[in-house]
Ligand binder design. Structure first.
Ligand code: SF4
Length: 472
């Protein structure tokens, strides 16, 4: 939830299950544990082997399904989606899964990520007669699948997947199969689990715990998989792959109890905090972390520095969706309603405040002020990631450098702007080492570092061609 006041939001969470008598209910519980990935809208589509049926709406999952809508979603297969938009308007039409009905068949589609050639593909498809019903980039894949016409749905999917570029984890549901695919760089996490005789596929492994599933393996870049009555079948739709796992998943987006590429997110964050203490030690009385995503890094900083960790900031968990409109005014007000400083802990203390990142700087400034108002004698800000300088085009909602404070001001200027006594960031090398190089032979150990150094692992297509905007 804190994502909304920070202004850094990921697109979505997806969950699918095949061969379970309560597929829609299981999907509901799976999505519930992925709610942190999107709070704007939610939906589930199920199949009873003959027909696909779905329900979706704006709002949190529990609100969307509060009138017993799950009862209408019968059958042994289901997919679901929680959404935070990076492209497309915030209206019901853009809430997924999308359901497409054709003369002889139907399919549902859910997407996590952002396509970098969606605009040019959409132009091409519209020029050849396609009519789009949403402003979401996800619909492009459906049109490409329908246009492929190889006579075989599996081959249609593979053909369509070769044309889309960017960050994507897809789930597709037909009357008799669940299909999943991951982009050739594996930007977004996607894992396979098993519960009894059922397979599940989810954005994060924390969803497996919730539904009692065991982890089977991660979906690899460029893979497409099908789960049907014959079981699990995996192929590559392209061999032109490399790992570029979004490092922000480890830093901020994913839940601490999830594992990505075999690395536990909490442990990676804790190591980032330790590394930060090595790189940017400061003598102080206490270390505190900004809840929730920075707590692990703050514990790591405290352990490494020998300065005691204290619960200096408390999050109010019951504000929920008040701040879904990400305007600047609401974001600023939001910080005060969501966070409180514990003056009994802070008063007259030199405080190291560990946060996972600074995006626009608004939140950091407010938190420093909260700590000062609670009586802190000094506030030293330590950021457990490098400065965010470049926009992300693979599924995070910051696509303009003008929105990133570190792209426009020096570290010293930012320190002044947020009124801290000192400010330091973790280095790029420090972050890669702290996460732990999941694929040691690949660039940055298989991580995407583009947010920090502009080294984009793919061409930027529409963004470079000026279709979307002219980059700085
Ligand atoms: S640019 Fe940043 S946020 Fe985007 S995929 Fe790469 S690391 Fe993740």
């Amino acid at each position: 939830m804190f994502a909304e006041i920070k202004g850094l939001n990921e697109e979505c969470g997806i969950f699918g299950i095949w061969n379970h008598s309560q597929a829609a209910e299981m999907t509901y519980y799976g999505l519930h544990s992925l709610q942190h990935r999107g709070q704007e809208g939610a939906g589930i589509v199920s199949t009873d082997g003959i027909k696909l049926k779905g329900h979706r709406n704006l709002g949190l999952l529990a609100d969307v399904f509060k009138h017993g809508e799950l009862k209408n979603l019968q059958g042994k297969g289901a997919i679901g989606h929680v959404r935070y938009s990076t492209t497309g308007e915030k209206d019901l039409n853009n809430v997924q899964p999308f359901l497409f009905h054709f003369q002889q068949s139907s399919f549902a589609l859910a997407h996590n990520g952002n396509l970098i050639n969606a605009v040019s593909l959409r132009r091409e498809l519209e020029a050849s007669g396609a009519i789009f019903q949403t402003s979401s980039d996800t619909e492009v894949l459906a049109h490409l699948i329908k246009k492929s016409q190889t006579g075989n749905f599996w081959d249609d999917c593979k053909m369509a997947l070769k044309r889309v570029q960017g960050g994507f984890a897809y789930l597709l549901l037909t009357e008799n199969a669940l299909i999943a695919a991951l982009d050739p760089n594996g930007f977004r996490p996607l894992s396979i689990g098993k519960v009894g005789d059922s397979y599940v596929v989810a954005s994060e492994t924390c969803a497996f715990e919730t539904v009692g599933a065991e982890f089977v393996r991660d979906v690899e870049p460029g893979e497409i998989l099908c789960i049907d009555e014959k079981g699990l079948h995996i192929e590559h739709f392209t061999k032109d792959t490399r790992h570029s796992i979004c490092s922000m998943e480890y830093i901020y987006f994913a839940r601490p109890d999830s594992n990505i590429a075999g690395i536990n997110v909490h442990s990676a964050r804790k190591r980032s905090g330790k590394m930060l203490a090595e790189e940017a030690f400061i003598q102080a009385d206490i270390v505190t972390g900004v809840p929730d995503s920075s707590i692990s890094a703050a514990i790591g900083y405290a352990e490494e520095s020998g300065i005691p960790y204290e619960l200096g900031l408390i999050k109010n968990r019951y504000v929920a969706r008040t701040f879904i409109q990400p305007s600047q005014a609401l974001r600023e007000q939001g910080v005060r309603m969501k966070l409180s400083a514990v003056s009994g802990v802070i008063k007259n203390k030199k405080v190291v405040m560990v946060d996972d990142s600074i995006v626009r700087g608004t939140t950091s400034k407010r938190i420093v002020q909260l700590l000062r108002d609670a009586g802190a004698s000094e506030v030293h800000v330590r950021i457990a990631s490098p400065p965010l300088i470049y926009p992300c085009f693979y599924g995070i909602n910051i696509q303009q450098q003008s929105e990133l404070i570190a792209a426009n001001y020096t570290k010293e200027e930012i320190c002044q702007m947020i009124a801290a006594d000192s400010l330091e960031y973790l280095s790029i090398d420090g972050l890669v080492e702290a996460i732990g190089r999941p694929y040691p032979d690949e660039p940055y150990g298989g991580l995407c570092m583009a947010y920090f150094n502009g080294d984009y692992p793919t061409p930027l297509c529409d963004y470079e061609n000026g279709y979307v905007f002219n980059r700085k």
